[in-house]
Design a protein around this ligand. Structure first.
Ligand SMILES: C[S@@+](CC[C@H](N)C(=O)[O-])C[C@H]1O[C@@H](n2cnc3c(N)ncnc32)[C@H](O)[C@@H]1O
Length: 265
């Protein structure tokens, strides 16, 4: 992973090259609508408050759990025993991105949503709360972490989430085999080049022209930047939007010319 200074340099480069986030100069109507109606939608949806209240609660939990670390790790010191508060502080997507994912689900109305990397289930809750008719399948390797996520879903009254526990390397293929199609996928676990590309290709096997795949932490490390570049070059991908901390990948046939946007968010 990049050092904080290297990441800051990359952020500055992103910020200077990105379009201004208001849609000026964006000629694709689809992207313009996405920027103006989804990225910049500052309405306060009713489920934001209980999900953020739960995050605040988790940030105060001093109890410890033993976790298996399957992924590329995190910036904080690795230990098999972690405080729940520390996981809540370091592993979860911040409110701004959880709420963006909520709005993307709201806007695109996907029926089958897949998340790789549940952690404590905060982002999963945003995905599920955005459309109670959607089926959300979320996958987590660490059993102790998944148990807390399951309790969180019950606390929030979210009944449309299926939690699959185990290493993605073993659980992703059988999970996908049971699904006809994936409309929306958020890949947020195991941030290394090879598994990211492998999981992306597995998900692509169930994707269709209207599927949105979101890759997390695309500038987090050299390996993740390499994976992002490869995804952008993939001939099945027609449109990408780089928001620095996440990358949106669309397969829309309407986009005859491949386009890669960088947008301030
Ligand atoms: C960054 S956290 C997910 C955060 C969550 N999406 C959110 O924003 O609330 C990544 C999670 O993926 C899990 N993970 C990483 N690699 C995995 C693998 N190979 N198999 C299963 N789980 C994995 C980790 O245990 C961790 O809980």
């Amino acid at each position: 992973m990049y050092t904080p200074a290297q990441l800051a340099l990359r952020y500055i480069r992103y910020y200077c090259t990105a379009s201004n986030g208001k849609g000026h100069g964006v000629h694709s109507p689809f992207v313009f609508e996405l920027i103006t109606r989804v990225l910049n939608d500052d309405r306060d949806f009713y489920m934001y408050q209980p999900i953020e209240a739960l995050r605040e609660e988790l940030l105060t939990w001093t109890s410890e759990i033993t976790i298996e670390d399957f992924g590329a790790g995190s910036r904080v010191k690795k230990s098999p025993v972690r405080k729940i508060a520390a996981i809540a502080a370091s592993s979860l997507k911040p409110k701004k991105f959880g709420q963006l994912l909520f709005r993307l689900v709201n806007h695109l109305s996907p029926q089958t949503i897949l998340e790789l990397g549940t952690s404590l289930g905060i982002t999963t809750s945003y995905l599920a709360a955005a459309n109670s008719n959607a089926r959300v399948i979320t996958m987590e390797g660490s059993a102790a972490v998944a148990d807390i996520a399951g309790a969180n879903f019950r606390q929030l009254g979210l009944g449309n989430i299926e939690l699959v526990t185990g290493n993605f390397d073993q659980t992703l293929a059988p999970t996908l085999a049971k699904l006809d199609r994936i409309d929306f996928a958020f890949l947020d676990g195991n941030h290394r080049y090879e598994p990211t590309i492998r999981y992306f290709n597995q998900v692509m096997g169930k994707a269709h022209a209207n599927t949105l795949i979101i890759l997390d932490d695309i500038h987090w490390s050299r390996e993740m930047e390499q994976a992002w570049e490869e995804v952008k070059r993939d001939p099945r991908v027609s449109l990408t939007i780089d928001l620095f901390y996440i990358g949106l990948v669309f397969l829309r046939r309407e986009h005859k010319e491949k386009e890669d946007f960088i947008v301030r968010f």
